[in-house]
Ligand binder design. Structure first.
Ligand code: ADP
Length: 414
């Protein structure tokens, strides 16, 4: 009897190791046998519960969403790692037993009943209060037994920060495009109206107004073309005509063109003077690029450097190489870019001074396109600038040094 009592106590404490030695075949012996059997069964079901639990834990911890489960009063009983991360706590224990309304900080907006009752199978709530960095969609669904008895609730937390940001950017973009097109269109319209009202017969005003209409129309066409090429890059349908180009030769060639422009006042349309100082390595650096698109990038940065340079300014063009990159830079002595605007200059339609950029025929898309092109080529573009002193734009492109042997092989094959 004593042994039987000892063994049942051990089983109650979760220790299934011992067995009662059965000596007799009487009633006590049979009871001892039954308890031994019971011990084996309980151990088996305990193991199967443990392994279920481990499976659940592993599913929860590998989920890409945060998961919280509560009891029927709304107190948290399970939280996976991602949920801890989203709620900014380090251990599950900090959440267990606490009300989900408090942990999600929504007590002043919802009751537990609000979250449980819904026309659909779940309720969705957008949470932007968990941290400054993330926006989360929380869906709540009741855990219901077959009898209909609700034993708790599951809450799935899904990070929707990127979606919200993209949607925000898309709206902003549509509003920018509309605004950017309305401005030149309104101005074209008022000039056309003035022409219709008689300005066309004025020998001085007539041609001047027509010129404005032409310039503005040209700018709109440029903007639409820029938008189309950006849209192709966004859609991933831009075709790159890649070839190996000696980048120092190409850079010199583009700069030669700008030197030519300086000598031709009619092209610049101003009497602003500037000169180009070159520090370009003599090495042949063969880089795989789309020469036309890359030329547009350099043209754009050079045009900006000219536009924002003071009279008599020096534009310094450099080309250097590291073991796996070529780095081009173009520095001007212009008005520079305010520190707060630096990270925005590659954004679509961003200009430090909108009126000034428009007057100079800018679309505000040049650098955005440059960035997309450089990224497509696997490179990076960035800028350093000091207000009042000047700006330097850098482009780094990946570059693989050819071994002499590679060339020999190719020549042999050719
Ligand atoms: P934009 O058509 O206006 O030139 P970009 O995309 O080429 O458009 O340039 C965006 C803005 O970045 C410009 O409006 C200007 O404010 C600023 N910016 C670009 N290059 C320079 C530079 N070299 N010096 C000063 N500001 C610059």
């Amino acid at each position: 009897m004593k042994k039987i009592r000892g063994q049942t106590l051990k089983i109650a404490q979760g220790d299934f190791t011992g067995r009662i030695k059965v000596r007799a075949n009487d009633e006590l012996g049979q009871l001892a046998g039954a308890i031994n059997n019971l011990s084996i069964r309980v151990e088996e079901s305990q193991e199967s519960i443990d392994s279920e639990r481990r499976r659940l834990d592993s599913v929860l911890s590998h989920m890409t969403d945060g998961v919280l489960a509560t009891d029927r009063r709304g107190n948290i009983i399970i939280a996976n790692n991602l949920a801890l991360e989203m709620l900014g706590v380090s251990a599950e224990a900090e959440l267990i037993g606490k009300s989900i309304l408090d942990m999600l900080d929504i007590r002043n907006k919802y009751t537990f009943r609000d979250l449980m009752e819904s026309e659909q199978d779940y309720n969705e709530v957008i949470l932007d209060n968990l941290s400054d960095e993330i926006i989360v969609s929380a869906t709540f669904s009741p855990i219901q037994r077959e009898s209909g008895f609700v034993s708790g609730m599951v809450c799935v937390l899904h990070d929707i920060t990127d979606q919200v940001q993209e949607e925000e950017e898309r709206k902003q973009f549509v509003s920018n495009v509309s605004h950017e097109l309305r401005t030149p269109l309104t101005s074209v319209r008022s000039y056309v109206e003035a022409l219709g009202d008689g300005a066309i017969n004025d020998p001085e005003l007539g041609p001047k107004f027509l010129q404005v209409v032409e310039d503005e129309t040209d700018r709109m066409i440029r903007m639409i073309n820029d938008l189309l090429s950006l849209s192709r890059m966004d859609a991933g349908t831009t075709k790159l005509d890649l070839e190996y180009v000696n980048i120092s030769e190409l850079f010199n060639y583009i700069l030669d063109r700008f030197d030519m422009i300086i000598q031709n006042d009619e092209v610049t349309g101003t009497d602003k003077q500037y000169s180009i100082d070159r520090h370009i390595t003599n090495k042949s650096l063969w880089v795989e690029i789309d020469p036309d698109k890359f030329t547009q990038v350099i043209d754009n940065i050079m045009n900006n450097a000219v536009k924002y340079s003071p009279d008599g300014g020096i534009i310094t063009a450099r080309l250097t190489d590291t073991h796996n990159h070529v780095i081009l830079s173009i520095a001007d002595q212009g008005l520079g870019i305010p520190r707060k605007d630096l990270r925005h200059v590659f954004d679509r339609f961003f200009r430090v001074d909108k009126a000034r950029s428009r007057k100079q025929g800018g679309t505000g898309l040049g650098l955005a396109i440059s960035k997309e092109v450089v990224n497509l080529l696997g490179g990076q573009i960035w800028v350093n600038s000091t207000e009042g002193k000047g700006s330097t734009f850098y482009i780094a492109l990946p570059y693989v040094q050819f071994e002499e042997d590679d060339w020999d092989d190719q020549v042999d094959e050719g």
